[in-house]
Design a protein around this ligand. Structure first.
Ligand code: ADP
Length: 493
């Protein structure tokens, strides 16, 4: 509308200017009605020509959808002429990936499928088309995908999510199409899409046409190929909660594998891999102990830094002192990596021990708990009871209560758990109608939280002996299993 009105105004101005030009062309100096009519007529004729030219230009440019499409395609092609999709040969094996035995187990089936697709086809077995590796940066997601390709001996197509989405609408979609076509032509094969969140972010208020076009193309391709095509798509992300639901639906990335920061044993194994061919005379276990929170990538760079440091010392071998000397440098160089001092580890071990014991006592399900992660199982039932939610709130608050009792101080690590407890209380009041009054209010949320904290305190005091024993295990091994806690209960009670 606005645009049409603008056109109208431009036409009137142009028309008046042309009348003026017409008048000048007629070259009449005297003013009469006849001259004026002549001027206007001349103006009309010139204006007619002008209009004709404008219409012709419009017809051949914008109003011709075919031509517009061709132009867009040319634009896409010119942006994309340097973009090559070539398969890589991977010689990485599972032996090169240290630790994460559970992850490997989950992927062995995929390797077997890629090796013997026919075996699976004959039995009509459904295997996932897409596997989503979820975990923080540097934990080896790319390495794992390469190992799957290496073990199966199939070509590996690497693409980063950000590499798809470009400035021009259509470039990303075309890249996705080409990638799948190439992978199918080289099947069995693996497509690895790193940082898939760059394409697959949930469609929020801010629309991005190029990203949506790319995502839609990816969804189409994933729906389009059959399992028998022998292509497996592995994608990596560290923010699964940001992904568009469409990507996670059945038949797309319906298998999720969580890759976490390595625990003590895994850190030791990773360090051993990188120290394999080096003149190391030290205690690997000790180094593993002082690197809580380091990812595999950070450990690799730590070994490298320590080796450089040892070389500079000219002593001919590497030992723990070299690691201690460069540890902080690696930490500073990679700000995101977190690592804990002995005292911090102590605080965390009390905090998590209380949570683990209270959880075991109240039947809140988990397999193992580490210094930084509680690994509670998601409740995925429709029907949840009030007491079940209250138990979970008590667990979340028990860590803080224990640390406060032992250290006479509060620490910021409790913030996540407090937030979770609060969210549960809010759900109880505002969604499930589990508050005391019909009228829901924030005051009721606060009361539920206070009550839960009171109960958690009573529980903490009654189980303190068990918690202190659990703390020692957590501090020493950085991890405690539900089984170990059961054993302490059996011993104490
Ligand atoms: P991500 O894809 O999760 O960001 P990468 O696979 O790129 O992590 O890991 C970066 C590097 O860190 C790898 O190339 C490897 O050198 C090292 N690394 C990470 N995890 C491991 C592991 N479990 N075993 C051996 N090396 C690892």
């Amino acid at each position: 509308m606005q645009q049409d009105r603008n056109y109208g105004a431009v036409f009137i101005v142009v028309f008046l200017i042309l009348i003026l030009i017409g008048a000048l062309m007629m070259n009449d100096s005297s003013y009469s009605v006849e001259n004026l009519i002549n001027d206007i007529l001349a103006g009309f004729i010139v204006f007619g020509f002008f209009l004709l030219i404008v219409l012709l230009i419009r017809k051949f440019s914008k109003n011709n959808p075919q031509q517009a499409q061709m132009q867009a395609q040319m634009q896409v092609d010119s942006v994309d002429k340097d973009f090559l999709i070539e398969p890589q040969k991977s010689d990485v094996t599972f032996d090169d990936v240290a630790g994460i035995s559970e992850v490997k187990e989950e992927l062995i089936e995929i390797v077997d499928f890629l090796k013997n697709p026919r075996k699976y086809q004959e039995f009509g077995v459904r295997l996932p088309k897409g596997v989503l590796l979820v975990g923080p940066p540097g934990v080896g997601k790319t390495l794992i995908a390469k190992a799957v390709a290496g073990e199966a001996g199939v070509p590996f197509f690497y693409q980063s999510g950000a590499g798809f989405v470009q400035m021009f609408v259509g470039v990303g979609a075309k890249r996705v199409r080409n990638l799948f076509a190439k992978a199918k032509a080289n099947a069995p094969s693996i497509i690895f899409i790193d940082e898939i969140d760059a394409i697959g972010k949930a469609r929020g208020a801010l629309r991005n046409e190029e990203r949506e076009a790319t995502l839609n193309q990816l969804l189409t391709e994933m729906d389009g190929f059959e399992k028998s095509d022998g292509v497996i798509v592995i994608a990596a992300t560290n923010k699964v909660e940001l992904l568009d639901d469409a990507l996670l639906r059945a038949g797309r990335f319906d298998r999720r594998v969580y890759v976490e920061l390595p625990g003590l044993d895994d850190r030791e194994a990773i360090l051993r891999i990188y120290l394999r061919d080096k003149p190391f005379r030290g205690d690997v276990r000790e180094i593993a102990k002082m690197t809580v929170g380091f990812s595999g990538a950070a450990l690799a760079s730590l070994v490298n830094e320590a080796s450089i440091f040892a070389l500079k010392q000219n002593k001919g071998f590497i030992d723990n002192d070299d690691f201690i000397a460069v540890r902080d440098k690696v930490l500073v160089g990679k700000k995101k990596i977190l690592s804990y001092t002995e005292n911090e580890k102590k605080i965390l071990s009390y905090y998590q021990a209380a949570k683990a014991v209270v959880a075991r006592w109240l039947d809140v399900d988990f397999d193992k708990m580490t210094l930084v992660k509680d690994n509670f199982k998601e409740i995925d039932r429709e029907l949840i009871s009030k007491s079940e939610i209250e138990s979970k709130m008590e667990v979340y608050l028990s860590g803080m209560i224990c640390v406060e009792d032992i250290f006479k101080e509060k620490y910021s690590n409790a913030s996540e758990d407090i937030k979770k407890a609060k969210e549960l209380a809010q759900k109880m009041v505002f969604e499930y109608g589990m508050g005391e009054n019909i009228l829901s209010s924030e005051a009721e949320v606060a009361k539920l939280l206070d009550d839960a904290a009171q109960r958690a305190k009573v529980l903490y005091l009654s189980q303190k002996e068990v918690i202190l024993k659990a703390q020692r295990i957590l501090f020493e091994h950085e991890v405690i299993t539900a089984e170990e806690i059961k054993a302490i209960f059996d011993e104490v009670l």
